[in-house]
Design a protein around this ligand. Structure first.
Ligand SMILES: Nc1ncnc2c1ncn2[C@@H]1O[C@H](COP(=O)(O)OP(=O)(O)OP(=O)(O)O)[C@@H](O)[C@H]1O
Length: 257
């Protein structure tokens, strides 16, 4: 599905990514963990073809970036990020914001086809907020906005869904409801790639984890093998213990300096 091979990314003499190799196969769902500034968003931008590596290759859905039309590949990739949210218009009604996902537009300048509106409403029902369809985006709570972004990204039936800290800023209740929606994606044929700072967000849906530290992948593979106190200590410099509860990892900090 996604193959990053021998990726280096150098900007202004800084080695931001160093020999990154990540191979995501069909049926897998990955979480990317790492400290602030370790290179997670840069990796996601490469998967979307918004950044190109200084060295190495990126293959997504059988297309090698640099030798294909990236815009065509992007039609199969849903991307949920704060930077995309900021491009949306807060005065637009929620239904329209979701409908624009069908074409990867930011805004409609003509009448939206009824069939597209109907599908947008189905997507809003799926994330349990159909009652907000006619409210302006800007009037929604943080949790509701995240759900709008999820509904919007599902409009074009993506093969891959990439999310950059989608649960940031949500209260406990909203976060758990949002994670339930994400977990339900297992019923669809979508490969999920998810960046978070919170280990307990690694819900049962996720099969694999990659840990990145200063631009280098220090561990990647099945989540049970990667999520060890040793790896967490190496990436974050914090001593922890880790416990699995209801198929989710929970950490306790032993010592922080
Ligand atoms: N185009 C660029 N030019 C120069 N520096 C860049 C560029 N893109 C990213 N960086 C730098 O690379 C580093 C990694 O950034 P990135 O946004 O990928 O980190 P991150 O792991 O997503 O961090 P956070 O968790 O804080 O969001 C940062 O120090 C950033 O300033």
């Amino acid at each position: 599905m996604i193959h990053l091979s021998g990726i280096h990314f150098i900007r202004e003499e800084r080695h931001i990514l160093q020999d990154v190799n990540v191979h995501i196969q069909p049926g897998e769902h990955w979480v990317l963990l790492g400290r602030n500034g370790s290179g997670k968003t840069t990796l996601l931008e490469m998967m979307n073809g918004y950044e190109f590596p200084s060295r190495g290759t990126v293959d997504v859905l059988g297309n090698r970036y640099g030798q294909c039309d990236v815009r065509e590949v992007r039609k199969k990739i849903g991307y949920i990020s704060q930077s995309l949210f900021e491009k949306l218009n807060l005065s637009d009604p929620v239904l329209e914001v979701v409908a624009t996902g069908e074409y990867a537009y930011l805004r409609f300048y003509q009448e939206i086809p009824q069939e597209v509106k109907d599908r947008a409403l189905v997507m809003l029902e799926r994330v349990r907020i159909p009652h907000l369809a006619h409210q302006p985006l800007g009037s929604l709570s943080q949790g509701e906005r995240k759900k709008v972004m999820l509904a919007r990204s599902l409009m074009m039936k993506p093969s891959i869904l990439i999310m950059d800290e989608p649960a940031a800023g949500l209260d406990l209740y909203e976060r758990e409801r949002f994670l339930t929606d994400i977990n339900d994606l297992s019923k669809q044929n979508i490969t999920v790639v998810y960046v978070t700072h919170h280990i307990e967000e690694i819900i049962p849906l996720f099969t694999h984890v990659a840990i990145i530290e200063q631009g280098e992948i220090i561990a990647a593979g099945r989540k049970e093998e990667v999520l060890t106190p040793e790896h967490i200590h190496r990436a974050f410099g914090i001593e922890i213990t880790l416990e699995w509860f209801q198929e989710r990892p929970w950490i306790k900090v032993i010592e922080s300096r």
